[in-house]
Write a protein that binds this ligand. Structure first.
Ligand SMILES: [Zn+2]
Ligand SMILES: [Zn+2]
Length: 185
């Protein structure tokens, strides 16, 4: 989203201006997207655009590292190997071979209830559901989940990068559900 409306008065430190190459003469443009506000010069040369791309990808990769380290590496969630022939030097296999992490990516492990039943129960069609049962009872109780955000809300591209890098998806799911602060205090 591009916004050319009059901006509130914002001041930047001299250091920040020097580093970014912004001067008092530069008009700024604000780009707002999910999770970020980015100021760019309203007029940019080819080199300035290239430098902006470089800086934005550096920020993106730092944030990816931050997210990955907050989750840690999948160690088969405590119950298996990361050092058999298949797992060795193959981080993607760690997540593939971890049933806990793998199930989180598996569409078939999600609860699907027909819309008319949800409507009858007064549960919104897009609500996340949870289910419980007692052994051999022949009954499954499905309710609207208390926590309505989880790993399924992750941007798919980032999720597959993390999975391919052997990052523990079970931990990621928990960080999202508990809304843990992973950057800053
Ligand atoms: Zn795991
Ligand atoms: Zn293995």
């Amino acid at each position: 989203m591009k916004n050319n409306q009059t901006m509130p008065q914002i001041s930047f430190s001299a250091d920040a201006c020097k580093l970014s190459g912004f001067t008092a003469k530069d008009a700024l443009e604000l780009y707002a997207a999910k999770g970020v506000l980015v100021f760019l010069k309203e007029q940019m040369t080819a080199l300035e655009v290239a430098n902006a791309i470089e800086s934005l990808s550096a920020i993106a990769s730092n944030l990816t590292v931050l997210l990955a380290s907050a989750c840690g590496i999948c160690n088969n969630c405590g119950e298996g190997c990361t050092d058999c022939d298949e797992c060795q030097n193959n981080p993607a296999a760690w997540v593939q071979n971890c049933s806990l992490c793998h199930d989180l990516l598996d569409e078939n492990q999600r609860i699907h209830i027909p819309d008319y039943l949800l409507e009858e129960a007064g549960i919104p069609a897009d609500a996340k559901l949870e289910a419980c049962t007692h052994e051999d009872s022949g009954e499954i109780m499905v309710t609207e989940a208390d926590i309505q955000q989880d790993i399924n809300d992750m941007p798919p591209g980032i999720l597959s990068v993390l999975a391919a890098s052997g990052v523990c998806l079970a931990e990621l799911d928990e960080l999202i559900m508990l809304e843990r602060i992973i950057h800053g205090k």
